[in-house]
Design a protein around this ligand. Sequence first.
Ligand code: DAH
Length: 373
Amino acid sequence: MGPRHRGDDVKSVGRAMANNNDLAVLEGALLAEIGGAGDLRALEDVRIAALGKKGRVSELMAKLGSLPADQRKAFGQSVNGLKQRVSDALESRKAELERQALSSRLATERADVTLPVRLGPLQDGRVHPVSQVWDEVAEIFGDMGFAVAEGPDIETDDLNFTKLNIPPEHPARQDHDTFYFHPKADGTRMLLRTHTSPVQIRTMMSQKPPIRIIAPGRVYRLDSDATHTPMFHQIEALVIDEETHLGHLKWCIEEFCKAFFEVDEVRMRFRASHFPFTEPSMEVDIDAAAIGKPGQWLEILGSGMVHPNVIRNCGLDPDKYQGFAFGMGLDRITMLKYGIPDLRDMFAADLRWLKHFGFLPLDVPTLAGGLSP
Ligand code: DAH
């Protein structure tokens, strides 16, 4: 018999006789039902049947008005007392049932925290090695106090060349195999930037020294073979203030190489070179021992002290400000660090390749946690 059904009997008792004896019987019945409710739902049914709008206790209260005046007060107090005791009993049974429900959940639901994380869909996606290295480099330079700057892929001839001390007709323009857009009505031509160096100009024209930035990004050259793709990635660095010198440049690159290749020592070689936007200019080679292949020099970047003309072109006084810059092939250092043999495979969008060389999304590079997984 459910509580509602049983309640009907008691209700009729309440209706017929309103004396204390009957109230005691009703109370006993209700308390028994409360004690017998096996779960929170059953208990709620008991509560509604007793204290709900049409519940047995509520109906008794409604009867009050039909009683002779001399009985009302005493009866009202008795019913109120009953109501209070039933409410208390409901409350404590409820707390007890909740405790029981919680303990049985705790007993059955177990989490084995020693199991490996189940990644679900994250398991299938991979972060491209270039994106991973991009983050690694930003992490290392971020730690040295460099901010990340950006510029557009579609650049003006002026920023890509002229302001970098490569005027029209300068032979260096030929080396870059530039993708040009059709000339505009005013004769100027937009182009796909051939290097990240225009971000140096954008930064110097929009910020006041001291400047310390890196600028990773895509660059484009009309070139395609085993070691060249028409689109590739570079990372530019620029430091401008009043006293930065070549020693800072060397230190900075050396610290970067140690952190990036995760080794204690890196042997480096600075070779005199020429770039129109630096003076002096140097190319930097590292001993391939850093990647476990001693006995070979690997070229990793071009660098130098920013040419006074470049500083002047950006509206700064080269007698007051100086600094260094370098540009590094991001794809190249990615291939070196992670043993990727062919540059062209990097951009072939082959999922098998990505699965093999890619990184899990949760393998976020941090200096504290170790850069590479
Ligand atoms: N922009 C040069 C290139 O594309 C690389 C480079 C060399 C960048 C020397 C620099 C630098 O900032 O100082 O080959």
